[in-house]
Design a protein around this ligand. Structure first.
Ligand code: ADP
Ligand code: ADP
Ligand code: ZN
Ligand code: ZN
Length: 810
């Protein structure tokens, strides 16, 4: 009998919906955690396992803060044996601050700056003057590196006559100088001009050139005794006023203001242009004169990662490589560090991104894959990586790379716990923990923990999905819906070169490898084209529906307005004279003053920013006690927020104003969510389905109003992210209902089962970036399967693999 267990043993996990479950997982293996959305996968993998590891870590670094930590991080688990430290990579948007880029986010930029600093080729003159530059000098975000003219932004703002006086046909009295501030200061400038004898009652354009220039651009600051021009009834007292030209006023305000709105207002009266000193390159001339392998750092940062990988892969500069020097040794060490990350990034399908691409423009999947790639940098071993659907956003042909990367983590002596919906990845896992069977209160049980073979074919959502029959390709035995009418789609947006059309009354899937241009087509080009054609368009993105706990499911869908009306209408509320606003947790009168209606308060843990703990006064209810004295059908307003959609369907069965929104949420598989669930607690996939539910409801209302010509085009970017195959089924049914009613649905999609049932597939490619952007196959799924493109191959493989697995199980 082994003395120590090689497993991670979780005893009595009861976080959120987990029902006091115990489960073992092997060390050093790939463990997939499966189950429908809301079943408790994340609660187990992230909340319990990573949560407990984090709690232990925090207690070890700050034992004095034990109580605070226990309040903020409570994994609600009896005990976990055999738990190594964990590294969690969750799906989330927005990497870092406004200036965060692919390079800073993946940590590749640090190495690239060091490469330029230590191994760059310096001009003789610079070498003689300063020696080598520090790596700081190669960042536009540091004082040493930024171009002094534009502060490292690459653009400058300069006031011009056109930008300050947009309408020269107006007189100064009529407001020709739009850039002047309102209130007293603007009046002061006007009155000084009158005092100095300028004509303010003739069109601006008729003033002599030198007068206009003086008003706008002079650096003189004459002090003038002003006789204010005011309404007759006001006291006219003279004062000493100082003149500043309009451009001086704008520049000085820009330099001194700390208000974002003032800043924006001032900038709107200036013309933006490329910085004349650095030509938009953001760095000092010194930094820009240094090259590495023939490129300046800004050039390198602008190249796709795939090219950077190639450049880094080739042997060093000829002369330097010949005899080992300090430089070549530094270069070798730096490359050793950074090349694995860059290569992994390329393999994970983000080779089309450049280092200077703002992180804010990346999808959740791209961000996560960058984060994964940068883990190779850390060289950790003996840890548990907890990952959230790393396959999201990847074409089936690219998913092999995810598996390879995880194998590298395993080979280095780590364990991987993977929350995953892609059945091809699940089928390849060493161990599966299936959570369910349903969502929320209907889930939270461990249905299976063991090798995947034992789960396939069992009567659970995952068991059924693993043994599902192959998808049927539409356009073969099953006919597609014909287009009722079609809209031309021509675009050269970014990397696209597309000339096609879109069918109303059809379900269109846009496919292609990462970077081929799918999002550009569906999220950028189509909305513009459709707007020009005057077609009603609904875009449903995975952007979170709000970042603060102020927004919740009930407020976002609008159903809370109707709920508050019900409460305000109760006899008790009327007696107290309370209106609907009393029942809003965003209004002072009704909410809990301790947490200002958030239900939670931020805990100041220096080493763990953004930690919240339940409000000690209202215990998460968000309201003050008085407000909770009013009930509707026995429920307080906080009680309503605590209902799940399923419960609420019963409670509000007789209230059509509330019911419609609830039914829409139920139809897209979100019945397990609580009405008061805060926006930050919702996953990207959930947010997307909430938006869809809200839009469905709106469309139904719109359609009731007008009979024809109200067709809508729905644009969705990877709606199946975060969805179990059984939830995908629900979503697709709902989308097809729209199409059957005459609308059009366009989805960016990788799930072959969704692609297979579309009426039409537009396949972009063949590669990423400049190598993509063209339509390489276009037609029914059955036709595209014959095309030989990567998507065609994926469709063929899915059909074949499905057939194999059903043959072996039957
Ligand atoms: P899955 O990962 O399987 O989609 P989760 O573990 O995220 O499921 O959710 C399990 C249950 O816990 C669901 O009912 C969900 O609505 C709820 N839940 C998820 N996150 C939170 C949270 N931060 N606070 C409260 N409830 C949550
Ligand atoms: P896909 O959705 O197929 O992964 P994208 O449409 O996101 O592809 O990208 C197509 C090309 O356009 C890529 O080269 C990508 O780097 C570039 N691109 C996409 N979005 C932006 C953006 N916001 N800024 C700059 N380049 C972008
Ligand atoms: Zn500049
Ligand atoms: Zn409170």
């Amino acid at each position: 009998m082994p003395v120590t267990s090689p497993d991670i043993r979780v005893h009595d996990a009861h976080l959120r919906n987990l029902r006091h479950v115990s489960v073992d997982m092997p060390h050093g293996k790939l463990v997939a955690v499966t189950g429908v959305s809301g079943s408790g996968k994340s609660s187990l993998a992230f909340g319990t396992i990573h949560g407990e590891a984090q709690r232990r870590y925090l207690e070890s670094v700050a034992p004095f803060a034990r109580r605070l930590i226990a309040g903020a991080v409570d994994p609600r688990v009896g005990r976990i044996d055999g738990l190594p430290p964990t590294v969690a990579l969750e799906q989330s948007r927005g990497g870092g601050g406004a200036r965060s880029t692919v390079g800073t986010f993946s940590t590749v930029s640090n190495s690239v700056r060091l490469l330029f600093s230590r191994a760059g080729t310096y001009p003789e003159e610079l070498r003689g003057r300063v020696g080598r530059l520090d790596s700081d000098h190669f960042s536009p975000n540091t004082a040493a590196g930024m171009c002094p003219t534009c502060q490292g932004t690459g653009t400058v703002h300069a006031p011009t006559e056109e930008s300050m006086v947009p309408d020269p046909s107006l007189s100064i009295d009529e407001g020709a100088v739009a850039a002047w501030p309102g209130a007293w200061l603007g009046k002061n400038f006007h009155d000084i001009l009158v005092t100095l004898g300028y004509r303010t009652d003739v069109p601006w354009s008729t003033l002599p050139r030198e007068e206009r220039d003086w008003i706008l651009f002079t650096t003189d600051r004459p002090v003038v005794t002003v006789h204010p021009v005011r309404g007759a009834e006001q006291i006219q007292r003279t004062y000493e006023g100082t003149w500043r030209s309009v451009s001086t006023y704008l520049r000085e305000t820009l330099a001194s203001t700390s208000s974002e709105s003032t800043r924006r207002r001032v900038l709107s009266f200036m013309e933006e242009s490329v910085c004349p000193s650095c030509a938009g390159r953001r760095l000092t001339p010194d930094a820009l004169s240094v090259t590495w392998r023939g490129m300046s750092i800004d050039e390198l940062n602008g190249r796709p990662l795939a090219e950077v990988a190639e450049l880094m892969g080739v042997a060093g500069g000829t002369a330097e490589a010949a005899e080992p020097s300090e430089t070549s040794e530094a270069e070798r060490l730096l490359l050793e560090q950074v090349v694995p990350t860059v290569k992994a990034a390329v393999e994970l399908g983000v080779g089309h991104l450049s280092l200077d691409r703002p992180a804010s423009t990346l999808s959740a999947g791209e961000l996560q894959r960058l984060r994964l790639a940068s883990q190779l940098h850390s060289g950790l071993f003996g840890v548990v990586y907890v990952l959230d659907e790393p396959s999201a956003g990847l074409h089936p042909s690219e998913r092999v790379a995810v598996r390879d990367l995880m194998d590298r983590f395993l080979a280095a002596g780590n364990s991987v716990v993977l929350v995953e919906h892609d059945m091809s990845l699940v089928a390849g896992a060493d161990w599966v923990v299936d959570v369910g069977p349903g969502a929320g209160e209907n889930g939270g049980e461990i249905l299976w923990s063991g090798p995947v073979d034992g789960l396939s074919g069992q009567d659970t959502p995952t068991g059924r999905a693993l043994a599902a029959p192959p998808p049927v390709l539409k356009g073969g035995a099953v006919a597609v819906r014909p287009a009722a009418s079609s809209l031309p789609v021509r675009t050269t947006e970014r990397t696209l070169d597309v000339d096609t059309h879109l069918g109303l009354g059809q379900f269109t899937a846009v496919t292609g490898v990462s970077g081929s241009g799918k999002s550009t087509l569906v999220s950028t080009a189509l909305p513009e084209i459709l707007a020009e054609e005057g077609v009603r368009t609904v875009r449903i993105t995975q952007q979170p529906i709000g970042r603060t706990t102020r927004s919740c499911l009930a407020t976002y869908t609008g159903l809370f307005d109707a709920v508050r009306k019900l409460f305000a209408g109760t006899p008790e509320a009327r007696r107290r004279g309370w209106s609907v606003s009393r029942f809003s947790y965003n209004v002072a009168a009704g909410r809990c003053p301790t947490c200002n209606g958030e239900g939670a308060i931020e805990v100041e843990l220096v080493f763990l920013p953004g930690s919240y703990t339940t409000c000690p006064d209202c215990h998460g209810a968000r309201y003050n006690d008085e407000t909770l004295e009013v009930t509707w059908h026995g429920l307080t307003v906080a009680g309503v927020l605590d209902l799940t959609v399923t419960d609420a369907l019963e409670v509000f069965a007789g209230e059509p104003s509330v019911l419609a929104a609830l039914q829409a949420l139920d139809a897209v598989g979100l019945s397990y969510l609580r009405l008061g669930q805060g926006a930050p607690e919702l996953s990207g996939g959930e947010a997307q389905r909430i938006k869809l539910a809200t839009e469905l409801q709106r469309s139904r209302r719109a359609r009731r109003g007008s009979r024809r010509g109200a067709e809508t085009v729905y644009l969705l970017d990877e709606p199946t992210t975060g969805l179990h195959p059984s939830d995908v089924g629900l979503l697709v049914t709902e989308l097809n209902r729209l199409v059957d009613a005459g609308d059009a649905v366009v989805v960016v999609e990788h799930d072959v089962r969704v692609v297979a049932q579309a009426d039409r597939v537009i396949d972009l490619g063949p590669g990423a970036g400049a190598d993509g952007g063209r339509v390489i196959a276009d037609g029914t799924p059955a036709a595209v399967a014959e095309s030989g493109t990567a998507t065609g191959t994926a469709l063929v493989t899915a059909v074949a693999r499905g057939r194999e697995s059903t043959e072996t199980t039957t």
